[in-house]
Design a protein around this ligand. Sequence first.
Ligand code: M6R
Length: 362
Amino acid sequence: DKAGHRHFMLKEIYEQPTVLSDCLRHYSDGTAVTIREGELDFAQTDRLILVACGTAHYACLVAKYWFEQLAGLPCDVDIASEFRYREPPVSDRATALFVSQSGETADTLAALRYARDKAARIVSVVNVPESSIARDSDLALPILAGVEVGVASTKAFMNQLGALAHLAILAARQRGRIDSAREAELLGTLRSLPGLINQALALEPQIEAQTRRLAEAQSVLFLGRGAMFPMALEGALKLKEISYIHAEGYASGELKHGPIALVDKSVPVVVLAPRDGLFDKTVSNMQEVMAREGRVWLVTDAEGGRLAGDGVWHRLVMPTVDPVFAPMLYAVPAQLIAYHTALHKGTDVDQPRNLAKSVTVE
Ligand code: M6R
C-alpha cells in the first residue's frame, strides 16, 4: 500500500518525520538517553569498529564524526566485504557495531561472525529484529523504521542515524565528555528534527522543477565537508541507483586532488553545505567549480545562502539546524533529488535494474 503516493520510495521519504519520532522516543525520554548502562559500556571500550554495506555504511561514516567529536572515541568504519577478507586485528576491548536494514546482508553477517570471538562486544543496529544479524549479536538495537519496500533505502537510513546519534550521546556521557545539560540539549536538537524534516519536505516542488535540468546530465558530483561528506556519498549513491546517472560523492577538500578535472558546464555539482564552521572553505571550493563554468546546486540554509554570493546555478534554502545533526536533515533533499531526477528520466524507482532489496549472497 503506497498510501496515496506514486511510489513506495516517496511514501517512505514522507514517513520519515513519523518513524524518526518513534525512534527518538525509543532511545531517550527527551532529556537523557534511556539505553541502560549495563547494556553498553563505552567507557571500557578502546575502539569502536563500525561495519556495513551501501547506505548503512554511509550512516556509519556519519556516525564516526559523532563518536569522535562528541565522545572522543576512536572509530574505524569499514565496508563489510573488505573487513571480512582483510582479517583486521580486533582488540578484545573493542566494540564492534554492525548496521543493516535487512539484517541479512551476507557480507555484514560474515564480518560479524569474524569479529564475534575477538571483540569485547558485538552490537547491531537493525530494522528487522528477528534477522540473522540481530540474532548473532550480544545486543541488537532496533531502528523502528517499519517495513521498507523501496530498494533505495531512505527511512531506514534516517533511523539508522537516529539510533547511532543516541549511541554517540551515550558514549559521550559514559566517557565523561558531556554533562546532563549538554545531553539534554543534544537530545532537544534531535527532537526538533521531525518538524524540520517536514519543512524540508515542503521544498519538494522546487526540487522537482530543478531536477528537470539535472536529468539531462551524464554525470553529477556531490560535495560535502565534515559529516556532510558521507551525505555527499549517499546523495550520489541514491542518484545512481534509481536514475542511472553516473554520480560521485567527494569531500569538498578533495576537489583539487582530482575530480575538478571533470568539471565543465555539463557536470552539475550538488554542494550539501549548511552554514557551519567550515562553510567559508566550501564557498571557495564552489568558486573553483564556477570559475570552470561548473553549475553549482547549493543546498544550504538562509545564512549560507546569503554568504555564498552570486553565481550559483540553483540555491535550495533549507531550515536552519544545529550542524551536528545536519546530515539527518540534508538526507531529505538528497533523496528527493534522486527521486525526481529518476521520475524525469522515467526509470523504475522502486525496482531499479540489477538491484535487490536484500543482498544475501556475495
Ligand atoms: O540491508 P542492509 O542495510 O544491510 O543493506 C545494505 C545495502 O545493500 C543497502 O543499503 C543498499 O546500498 C541500498 N540499496 C541503498 O539504497
